[in-house]
Ligand binder design. Sequence first.
Ligand code: COA
Length: 335
Amino acid sequence: MTTRAKITGTGMYVPERVVKNDDLAALMETSDDWIRQRTGIEERRYIDPGTQPADLAYAAASNALESAKLKPSDIDCVILATLSAQADFPGTSFFLQEKLDAGEIPCFDLRAQCSGFVYSLSVANSFVRAGTFRRVLAVGCEVHSTGIDISTEGRDVAVLFGDGAGAVVVEANDDPSDPSEILAVNLHAEGRHAKRLWVEIPGSGNTPDRITPEMLAQKRHYPHMEGRFVFKNAVTRMPEVLRETVASADVGLDDVDLFLFHQANLRINEFVANQLEIPAEKCLNNIQRYGNCSAASIPILLDEAARSQRLEPGNLVSMTTFGSGFSWSSALVRW
Ligand code: COA
């Protein structure tokens, strides 16, 4: 018999430094109006010099462990989703593991960009169901502020992103009377669109050198995004995978109590909710305050939902993503 897996704790952390749209408008040709109208974003958080991604991940993980009433030494494995790793190698998860002082437990980074956290949740769920591990820490962590072009040339991407981390503890649920469970997760990808939203440099595909002064001068180390193409694909793929996941758990869309969408653009999420006729009061968004935190967006939102009593035991919560790769995914969880 397989062991069911459930989420027993959530946590988040964002840096204290608030960067408002007007702060960016002082550095590039943009405006608070343009950013709000097109994306819903009002402000985002940036790290201060010296702060490391693992510091954000550690704060979020500590909060998740505390809410699960566990110590770091209780964890069997750490999975950290990121597209903004602390170093080229090893993964940010190793720096986090050192900070947690959790013993010689395995840890690894998972690279599925904005879908990374739901991909991690799927891996954690499979580990627990297979009996490989009983307690897995799944983290999403991003520091975008050091990797965006904060100038008029880079404004289409720069205004969107923020720094932050979110985490959950996934544990075995052996109690037949406890309905809490990760019910279904569906993952998809379409690599033929990899270059529609990507960072090229540094990359081992660049020969003979991964990075040169010329490449830096051409700003190829900053994200390149075909915004309209990404938008169109997001509003198609997100409803598709959400329906698939709800159907695979054998429930109806109406049965879902709370919908969490990846926080890339409030207009994308409104479009998706309209298409599926999901009432606005069943959707939670926080992009207004944090911008797009990629792999960290969903666990940050989940933690805010849990701590603001938007989630009651027994509720059904849906999490749906779309991002670079392209990658898209959806998870349905009985709280
Ligand atoms: N401030 C002011 N003007 C800006 C700007 C900014 N930050 N960024 C772009 N513009 C300008 C463009 O230069 C363009 O000017 P032009 O008409 O003179 O050429 C105009 O605004 C329209 O640009 P466009 O890229 O067509 O805007 P858009 O309506 O598609 O909105 C996005 C841009 C990025 C908000 C939108 O495409 C989007 O959200 N895409 C999806 C992004 C996403 O989800 N990314 C992450 C996935 S995980």
